[in-house]
Design a protein around this ligand. Structure first.
Ligand code: URA
Length: 435
């Protein structure tokens, strides 16, 4: 085999045999195929696509490029979100499902872009450790029912190398490449049941519902081919999820949610996703029963106690969980008020995410430092009635000029109409249609 023949074959729209894909990935990861040939192959794939057999082969090649965790027939679940503004779902969902009896094991990334990723958020808690080797990770999952660790370079190293190349060659946004990259990490992480939350809308990777459903369907089919139980929800990311956007601000909101004081949309999403995971694993007979179990776990504070257990087990200082006022706060907090009477017709998640990033909550480049204290807290959501002067949001920042600009930009991101507005449904659909 040689790389040029495989590039030409894909460029001509022919399908590759599994052995050819495995050969390409293995030799690229081993440094035997140069970046320029892999880049050409990725571009050919971008235009010609991969069929389901090729996608499966690519997924397994990526998964098996590093360690594949084996939980020795203990059923383990994982969840993936395609990312959105204010998305702190994992922080709430993981302890809820663990408290309901599932084993939740997640490797997560640091965020590039709008706000930090799950790992950045968790690292807002002093002492919280996310760097585990495989055996430590397994031990935490089996002892506590959950562990959330930073993506290690021992897991799917081929995906790390190929993703970096895709990032600079315009080949990220191809459904087969995205699906295999995401699912490879889930397979390597040892999950048998996988819940996917594919976001659609202004603040999401997938801007249209059609694209989001295409990705959801591809990943569910791929999961089936790989003998995993997979369900994908397509959820709305036109406005931010919950009220808080920014690392410490989101951790505080997750804590409030686990204490039964969360914003309605975040609670609804976490209860629904938790119910789906219980149904998928046979711990509930149907989604209604699953949601009831999760609701009870939430109301009885069992999810909060599980979160506390995870924080202590991973070395975090639990006093911050009990008294979130201990978290450091940004130097400046500025209120943004409604300029007129009316109804909120839209809150542009993309613009709010960009504001949070400009305040320092997200990374503009890969290894940039983030500021855990900064961000935006919304006071109103789409559909709410407001009067002139109603507080719409507060901006938290550490730079006087940046925060003033952010406050002005927020007014551009929130639209107010003089007629009442229908709220869009948060969950747009589910593949397969379990909801
Ligand atoms: N997230 C991933 O993990 N991989 C992709 O290709 C895109 C988003």
């Amino acid at each position: 085999m040689n790389a040029l023949d495989l590039i030409l074959k894909k460029r001509a729209g022919k399908s590759l045999a599994a052995e050819e894909i495995i050969w390409l990935v293995t030799n690229y990861t081993g440094g035997l195929i140069p970046d320029y040939q892999m880049a050409a192959f990725l571009m050919a794939t971008y235009f010609q696509g991969l069929n389901s057999k090729e996608t499966k082969a690519l997924t397994m090649a990526l998964a098996e490029s590093g360690e594949v965790i084996d939980f020795n027939s203990k059923e383990v679940v994982d969840k993936h979100s395609s990312g959105g503004v204010g998305d702190k779902t994992t922080l709430v969902l993981a302890p809820l499902v663990a408290a309901a009896g599932l084993n939740f094991a997640k490797f997560s990334g640091r965020g590039l872009g709008f706000t930090g990723g799950t790992i950045d958020k968790l690292e807002s808690i002093p002492g919280f450790c996310t760097n585990f080797n495989t055996s430590q990770f397994k031990k935490h999952v089996l002892e506590h029912g959950l562990a959330i660790a930073a993506q290690s370079d021992k897991i799917t190293p081929a995906d790390g190398k190929i993703y970096s190349l895709r990032d600079v060659t315009g080949t990220v946004d191809n459904v087969s490449l995205i699906a295999s990259s995401i699912m490879a990490k889930k397979i390597a992480g040892g999950a048998q049941a996988i819940l996917l939350d594919v976001k659609a809308g202004k603040g999401a990777f997938m801007k249209s519902k059609e694209e989001a459903f295409q990705l959801a369907e591809t990943m569910v089919r791929l999961g089936k081919d790989l003998k995993r139980d997979v369900v994908a929800v397509v959820s709305n990311m036109n406005q931010p999820l919950g009220m808080a956007i920014g690392n410490i601000l989101e951790v505080k909101e997750a804590i409030q949610t686990l204490q039964g004081k969360g914003p309605q949309d975040l609670v609804f999403l976490c209860v629904t996703l938790g119910g789906l995971l219980l149904t998928l694993t046979g711990k509930a007979r149907n989604i209604e029963e699953g949601k009831e179990i999760i609701n009870e776990v939430l109301v009885k504070g069992k999810g909060f106690r599980k979160f506390e257990e995870m924080v202590i087990a991973q070395g975090g200082d639990a006093s911050y969980i009990h008294d979130p006022e201990l978290f450091p706060q940004a130097t400046y907090v500025l209120e943004v008020n409604a300029p007129l009477d009316g109804f909120i017709s839209s809150i542009d998640a993309y613009k709010i995410g960009k504001i949070a990033m400009d305040l320092g909550a997200g990374r503009k480049e890969k290894n940039a430092k983030i500021d855990h204290t900064v961000g935006v807290v919304l006071n109103r959501k789409v559909g709410d009635k407001v009067s002139k002067g109603t507080k719409l949001a507060t901006v938290h920042g550490n730079d006087k000029n940046v925060i003033k600009e952010a406050a002005t930009d927020i007014l551009q991101a929130i639209n107010i109409s003089d007629i009442s507005v229908e709220k869009e449904p948060l969950i747009i659909g589910c593949v397969p249609p379990l909801l």
